[in-house]
Design a protein around this ligand. Structure first.
Ligand code: DSN
Length: 423
């Protein structure tokens, strides 16, 4: 692999090979990561990277757009088909610029946005004070009623909405393991005259695979997403509009020229391929297996009495209170698990008494290992090994043995060059 890089630049080659090997040898549980297919990788390394294509298909600023137009139109059509949208913009470079584009299309400085509290599972781009949107707009939040069931406090959401009159209401999260009641969001938004946006970055693949509810079915106006998480595409973002053409036109103008320059056409070609994969019947098998695998891990954590936020999971991820249950802080947990070959991330839990750089929780999920062909039995074993590692975090002999077992599990599940998921 990478033979030209090897001949030309040994230092970069060493880093690429090291990363390839790390991904192959370890068990990847960061719930926002995945392994793309060879076809997606090829598109990323294709000649499309050479081309400038500012504008939209049929309305570009530079010449020579026959093939870029074709590939972007394919990506748009496939995205709309996957998610039941009338319009799509596939140019956002990632999730944060996709969200920023929607904010700028809909809001004036000082306008109010209602989103999920970051400490209760929301995302940085939904109003963390350090972000540019938070400096421009007024973010107010809703929370879970009870972190042990994960139920959102919709009564409080309605009260906040009535009091604050948000122009935009956001559903979406990066560390929340239950389904949202989109119909309730829409009813609250209609009452106060707000537009609804679902940031479905984490669960786009589950929606595409038909195992999570599509917010458009309940009347959401806009969906934003990254394309590289459960959707298993290249790194990137996308904005979908259910049916309002004027809304899409406003958003298009912000994506370019408002926010970005030339779209990354190699990435858009890779998105088209990934959306084609997600439209294939086997993607449903993949999405179902993600959930089955997460349930297998949940069962082990429940049996071992480790507290899970939301009381467990209905999607691809689990947020576990390892400090509360096992006396290990999130930072130490992440580090010792890295040592045995399990990659996940430390994560704050709701109303975490510990600091952000060493919170109480770990967050992990099944999209990447499911791509590798892990089934529920192997996932249950990985969950047992996580807990055993944390209980023996200073026992070198135990950790060595676990590390060897992790390597064996990884070897037994090599990455396939085909994107088709086997049952
Ligand atoms: N960094 C992503 C995640 O891990 O959820 C969200 O931006």
């Amino acid at each position: 692999m990478y033979s030209h890089i090897k001949d030309q630049d040994a230092a970069v080659y060493a880093a690429l090979e090291g990363e390839r090997k790390r991904q192959e040898d370890g068990i990847e549980l960061i719930p926002s990561e995945n392994y793309v297919s060879q076809a997606v990788l090829e598109a990323l390394g294709s000649v499309m990277t050479n081309k400038y294509s500012e504008g939209l298909p049929g309305k570009r600023y530079y010449g020579g757009q026959e093939y870029t137009d074709a590939v972007e139109n394919m990506a748009i059509e496939r995205a709309c088909k996957l998610f039941g949208a009338k319009y799509a913009n596939v140019q956002p470079l990632s999730g944060a610029p996709a969200n920023l584009a929607v904010y700028h299309a809909l809001l004036a400085p000082g306008d109010t946005v209602l989103g999920m509290d970051l400490g209760h599972g929301g995302h940085l781009t939904h109003g963390h004070p350090m972000t540019i949107p938070a400096k421009l707009f007024n973010f107010v939040t809703y929370k879970m009623k009870d972190p042990d069931t994960g139920e959102i406090d919709y009564d409080e959401m309605r009260e906040v909405a009535r009091r604050e009159s948000p122009k935009l209401i956001i559903a979406g999260f990066s560390a929340y393991s239950r389904e949202l009641d989109y119909a309730k969001f829409v009813s609250i938004a209609r009452e106060v005259g707000a537009v609804t946006m679902a940031d479905m970055a984490h669960i786009a693949g589950l929606i595409a695979g038909g195992v999570a509810r599509n917010p458009f079915k309940d009347g959401f106006d806009i969906i934003t997403t990254t394309t590289h998480k459960t959707l298993r595409g290249p790194r990137g973002g996308m904005i979908l509009v259910r049916e309002n053409e004027e809304l899409m036109k406003k958003i298009n103008k912000v994506v370019f020229p408002g926010l970005q320059g030339g779209p990354h056409m190699n990435n858009i070609a890779a998105k088209a391929i990934a959306y084609g994969e997600a439209l294939h019947p086997s993607f449903k098998v993949y999405a179902e297996q993600i959930l089955t695998n997460a349930k297998a891990m949940e069962a082990v954590f429940a049996r071992e009495g480790v507290r899970m936020l939301g009381g467990g999971t209905s999607n691809h991820l689990i947020l576990a209170d390892v400090h509360g249950s096992l006396g290990v802080g999130g930072k130490d947990a992440q580090e010792v698990l890295d040592m045995v070959g399990i990659t996940l991330n430390k994560n704050a839990i709701a109303d975490d008494p510990r600091p952000a750089n060493d919170p109480s929780g770990i967050r992990f999920g099944t999209p990447a290992i499911t791509t590798r062909g892990f089934k529920e039995e192997a996932c249950g074993r990985v969950a047992e090994l996580i807990i055993e590692t944390l209980k023996n975090k200073d026992e070198e002999v135990v950790l060595d043995r676990i590390g060897r077992e992790i390597k064996e599990l990884a070897r037994a599940h090599p990455l396939s060059t085909s994107f088709v998921q086997e049952k």
